[in-house]
Write a protein that binds this ligand. Structure first.
Ligand code: AHM
Ligand code: MG
Length: 333
């Protein structure tokens, strides 16, 4: 990158890139909080080995999952950094049972749902993990009291969404509904710098990503589709299999290389594993904005409205041609 083309996240947020973006200053402020939370989380992950922060925290969360020490650090970082912006009305976190309130003196106009550290089963073996977030405008007219109406929201009504990937490089990828932009953390200056402009997924791809250990439990449509793509049915070359088990990493690769990511419902978990508000909805928004598709098998994920804050949904997302083909199998079987 030439030095006369150095655009930091903050400068980009205040630039004219988003001509129609409402409340630019509020968003710039909110994103400074998100970027701060991601930098704190990134630092904690990279230093965990020195500070005895790998391993379990000794508690379980609302999903009955063992919470890792780094899950707690990331959750605290997101709550603290978001509240400090004074732009947030209330929050939902994968790590907390109920809606997280914001005191009247700190409250703003946006509802933020986040998974502070996604893929945390990969933490202790140094495999890439991420953070995911979605942002809506509040709906409550009553100035300070949030209700379920504020958080049980349709994906398509989102104002912005994105993810941080703590990989070989740390990236922040985001959308305001006007394309997808990627920023890479320059550790030397501590800034996210614009590196990926108007990211778009390939129309077709030949990588599939799914936990095949669950294949005996899948529905027939998913079983037959995966059988077809990996066996080279219809004269095509067989697809390659890649599954990291960190949704952010699997989606980032799918965005850059094309292909399909799947976490279907199955006989063990009829709604799959992934949660709507802070995993499926934000990554579906990114995927659609990058010209990809995201479906629950019968309708676009962004058209769903969850009934509870931790609701799980089946998800298939990626290159449009891959999703179209998958849907023909879902319909046929
Ligand atoms: P987590 O948020 O508790 O880490 O769980 C979500 C993760 C996703 O990142 C990933 O796609 C999925 O769980 C992997 O699940 P599985 O191990 O069942 O394949
Ligand atoms: Mg998660």
């Amino acid at each position: 990158m030439s030095s006369n083309n150095l655009i930091t996240l903050h400068r980009w947020l205040l630039s004219d890139t988003h001509k129609n973006m409402e409340n630019k200053l509020e968003m710039a402020n909110l994103f400074s909080g998100i970027a701060l939370a991601c930098k704190i989380t990134n630092n904690a992950i990279k230093r965990a080995g020195f500070e005895s922060n790998f391993g379990l925290a000794g508690i379980t969360n609302v999903h009955s999952e063992d919470v890792k020490k780094l899950d707690v650090i990331a959750n605290d970082a997101f709550k603290m950094a978001l509240k400090s912006t004074r732009e947030v009305f209330c929050m939902v976190s994968e790590e907390e049972d109920s809606i997280i309130p914001v005191s009247q003196s700190q409250a703003g106009n946006y509802v933020v749902a986040f998974d502070p550290l996604d893929g945390s089963s990969n933490l202790d073996c140094n495999v890439s993990v991420g953070s995911i977030f979605s942002i809506w405008s509040k709906v409550s007219k009553d100035g300070h009291n949030y209700s379920n109406e504020d958080v049980l929201r349709k994906g398509r009504d989102m104002t912005a969404a994105g993810y941080a990937l703590y990989g070989s490089a740390t990236m922040l990828v985001l959308t305001f509904g006007q394309g997808v932009y990627g920023f890479t953390l320059d550790n030397h200056i501590g800034e996210f710098v614009l590196t990926h402009v108007e990211m778009r997924i390939r129309t077709k791809g030949s990588i599939y990503s799914i936990n095949e250990g669950n294949s005996i439990y899948w529905d027939k449509g998913t079983q037959e589709y995966v059988k077809a793509i990996k066996s080279g049915a219809d004269g095509r070359a067989p697809y390659s299999s890649r599954y990291i088990g960190s949704m952010v990493s699997d989606i980032h690769r799918t965005l850059l290389y094309g292909g399909i990511f799947m976490y279907p419902g199955d006989t063990k978990s009829p709604n799959g594993k992934l949660r709507y508000l802070y995993e499926v909805a934000p990554l579906s928004f990114i995927m659609e904005q990058a010209a990809g598709k995201a479906t629950n098998g019968s309708s676009p994920c962004l058209d769903m409205v969850p009934k509870s804050i931790h609701e799980r949904v089946p998800v298939f997302m990626g290159s449009p041609a891959c999703i179209e083909e998958l849907l023909t199998y879902q319909k046929k079987f």
